[in-house]
Design a protein around this ligand. Structure first.
Ligand code: CP
Length: 346
C-alpha cells in the first residue's frame, strides 16, 4: 500500500509522514545563516532535507529548546493568517522568542519612516526576520540598505512566496512519496494551474520549485487563465530549460478530468490590494475531477473553491496549511545551523 492509498478521516487526508523522514545530509548545515528570497534558493538535496526534518517533527519528534535565545521577528506589512501564525507557531515550538509586526499601521512606516531605516532596526532587534510586503522589490531594497540579518521572504508582492512552495511540495510528496524518488512513466503528474502565475506569487513559486526540483515527475502543465500572458519570462524560460511541456488555455471544465493535481488561486495583486482576479474558475464537487486527483490552494479562499470538497479525499489544501508549520520549523532550524538539535533523531 502506498501513502496515497491511506484512508481519510473526517475529510482530511491522513498521510503518515514518517517514511519521508530519511537521513539528513550535511547540506542542511549549508543553509545556516541563509536568506531565502526565492523558491530557487535551495538545492534539491537541501529541499529534501527540509522535508525529512519536517516529517520527523510532524511524526512527534520535538526540539523544544533548540532555538532558546533566538529572536524571530515576523514583519508583516500585508495581512496574513497562515504564514505569520505558522512561522510564529514554529518559532514557539522550537523555544525561540517572537516579536511581531502584524500590519504596517503598527510601525513607524505609517509615519513615513523609510524601509532602509526599518531594516537597520530589524538588524538591531532580531536574529531571523520573516518579511511580507506588497512591494515586489522589498527584499532587494531592504538588503541594498545594508540589512544583514537572515531574512525569509513571507511573500513579496507578485513575485514569490517560497515557503508556501516548500509547504506545497511537502504536501504533494506526502501524498505521492515516489515524487521524492523521481517518477517515471505512469507516476508522472499532470498539473492544472488555475490563475496567472505572472501576478500570483504562490502559483509562481510553486511552478519555479516544481520546474527546478521535480521536472522528471511532471508530465505536463496546463495554465488555465483568461490573462492573455499568464506566465512571465523567468517561469517560461525555466519550464523550457527543464523541457517541461506546458500550454495555456482559458478552458477549465473540459480539461479538469486530465489533471492529477489542480492548483487553484484566484487572489492576485492589484495596486496594493489582493483581489479575486479570476473568480470565473470554480472548483467544487460538481467539477469532473480525475479519481485520486488532489486540489491545492494556498488559502485564503473565496468562492473559487467550494467547501463541499473539504470532506473529500481531493482536499490537499488543509494539508498544505497544516504541514506548513513543520516545514517552517525545519527552515528555522536550518537557518539557525541546528541540525544537531534533534540529537540522534536527525
Ligand atoms: N497561504 C498564505 O500565504 O496565507 P496567508 O495569506 O493567510 O498567510
Amino acid at each position: 500500500m502506498t501513502l496515497a492509498e491511506l484512508p481519510t478521516a473526517v475529510g482530511r487526508r491522513v498521510t503518515d509522514p514518517r517514511p519521508l523522514a530519511k537521513d539528513v545530509s550535511a547540506e542542511f548545515d549549508q543553509m545556516s545563516g541563509r536568506t531565502v528570497v526565492s523558491a530557487l534558493d535551495m538545492t534539491t538535496r537541501e529541499l529534501f532535507d527540509l522535508f525529512s526534518v519536517a516529517a520527523r517533527l510532524q511524526s512527534g519528534v520535538t526540539a523544544t529548546d533548540a532555538l532558546h535565545g533566538t529572536i524571530v521577528l515576523t514583519a508583516f506589512f500585508e495581512p496574513s493568517t497562515r504564514t505569520r501564525l505558522s512561522f510564529e507557531s514554529a518559532a514557539h515550538r522550537l523555544g525561540a522568542s517572537v516579536i511581531s509586526i502584524p500590519d504596517a499601521e503598527h510601525t513607524s512606516v505609517d509615519k513615513g519612516e523609510s524601509l532602509a531605516d526599518t531594516g537597520i532596526m530589524f538588524d538591531a532587534y532580531a536574529d531571523i526576520v520573516v518579511l511580507r510586503h506588497f512591494a515586489d522589490s522589498v527584499i532587494e531594497d531592504i538588503r541594498a540598505h545594508g540589512m544583514t540579518t537572515p531574512l525569509i521572504n513571507g511573500g513579496n508582492g507578485r513575485r514569490e512566496h517560497p515557503t508556501q512552495a516548500i509547504a506545497d511540495w511537502y504536501a504533494l510528496v506526502k501524498w505521492r512519496p515516489q515524487l521524492a524518488e523521481r517518477c517515471t512513466g505512469g507516476d508522472r503528474l499532470s498539473l492544472g494551474i488555475l490563475g496567472a502565475p505572472r501576478r500570483m506569487r504562490s502559483l509562481r513559486s510553486f511552478l519555479l520549485m516544481g520546474a527546478r526540483h521535480f521536472c522528471t515527475s511532471v508530465r505536463d502543465i496546463t495554465i488555465i487563465s483568461d490573462d492573455p500572458q499568464p506566465l512571465d519570462d523567468e517561469v517560461a524560460a525555466l519550464l523550457d530549460q527543464q523541457r517541461i511541456e506546458y500550454r495555456c488555455t482559458t478552458e477549465f471544465a473540459a480539461n479538469a478530468p486530465e489533471f492529477d493535481v489542480i492548483y487553484q488561486n484566484s487572489l492576485g495583486l492589484e495596486g496594493h490590494k489582493y483581489r479575486e482576479l479570476e473568480p470565473k474558475y470554480r472548483v467544487d464537487s460538481s467539477t469532473a475531477l480525475k479519481p485520486g486527483a488532489v486540489v491545492m490552494h494556498p488559502l485564503a479562499r473565496h468562492d473559487e473553491l467550494g467547501t463541499d470538497l473539504d470532506d473529500t479525499p481531493h482536499n490537499l489544501y488543509f494539508d498544505q496549511a497544516a504541514g506548513a508549520v513543520f516545514v517552517r520549523q525545519a527552515l528555522l532550524l536550518a537557518i539557525s545551523g541546528r541540525r544537531d538539535a534533534l540529537g540522534n533523531e536527525i
